[in-house]
Design a protein around this ligand. Structure first.
Ligand SMILES: CC(C)(COP(=O)(O)OP(=O)(O)OC[C@H]1O[C@@H](n2cnc3c(N)ncnc32)[C@H](O)[C@@H]1OP(=O)(O)O)[C@@H](O)C(=O)NCCC(=O)NCCS
Length: 189
């Protein structure tokens, strides 16, 4: 079983529907999955990573990005998201493998100055084992609205890596900082 990867926009509609349905199950969402919902806005230029087992989608992760402004400087930020394994396939290392593949791509693709995402603190050992992610002293804030989603209020740990020379040169400005992601309402990473 190899991790397959492709731009999300190129995936056939049937696979997109299967991804939606699996994520719906994995995240225990209420109601029925929306078969037509686009998981990743085209502007995020998402790349999909998945494992199939016996012709069924078993595990999924995506990498995507956007531009942020941090302390008056523009950076390209790449993120991991929608990490999930079909409930009955968990505990076999599949989640780790899709995260490893998506992380390798995120770090090596050359598109991003920064890699960042948030997760429940209890999942830190999972991300550390999968791809050596470590928690950073940073707060992610969805946007500048008063009630914007933010990692500290959500109780999330933040993973942040400075990838480019330019980002590493600005390392001090990220230490202990609040990073505004400038996301639309309701979105978070
Ligand atoms: C997190 C998830 C993707 C892991 O998938 P997986 O295929 O079981 O992962 P692996 O087999 O590679 O690793 C399993 C290990 O992850 C860790 N882990 C998984 N879920 C965990 C959780 N909720 N809390 C703590 N540790 C967890 C455990 O250490 C587990 O090891 P174990 O099986 O020996 O107990 C899967 O549990 C899932 O889909 N969860 C729901 C969606 C989710 O929370 N996604 C992450 C959002 S940031």
């Amino acid at each position: 079983m190899e991790v397959t990867s492709a731009p999300y926009q190129d995936l056939p509609p049937a696979l997109r529907r299967e991804i939606n349905a699996m994520l719906h199950l994995a995240y225990q969402c209420e109601g029925e999955p929306d078969p037509d919902e686009t998981l990743h806005r085209p502007a995020l230029e998402a790349r999909a990573f998945w494992l199939a087992h016996n012709g069924r989608l078993a595990a999924y992760a995506s990498a995507f990005g956007k531009t942020i402004i941090h302390q008056a400087a523009e950076f390209s930020l790449g993120s991991l998201g929608c990490v999930a394994t079909r409930p009955e396939m968990r505990g076999r290392g599949l989640g780790e493998r899709v995260v490893a593949a998506a992380s390798d791509w995120l770090r090596a693709c050359g598109r991003y100055d920064i890699a960042a995402f948030s997760c429940d603190a209890e999942l830190l050992p999972f991300y550390r084992r999968a791809a050596e992610w470590e928690a950073a002293d940073v707060v992610l804030i969805a946007n500048k609205e008063e009630n914007a989603l933010r990692s500290d209020r959500l109780g999330k740990a933040v993973m942040l890596e400075l990838l480019s020379e330019r980002a590493r040169a600005a390392e001090a400005s990220f230490r202990g900082a609040a990073v505004n992601l400038d996301l639309p309402p309701g979105e978070f990473i």
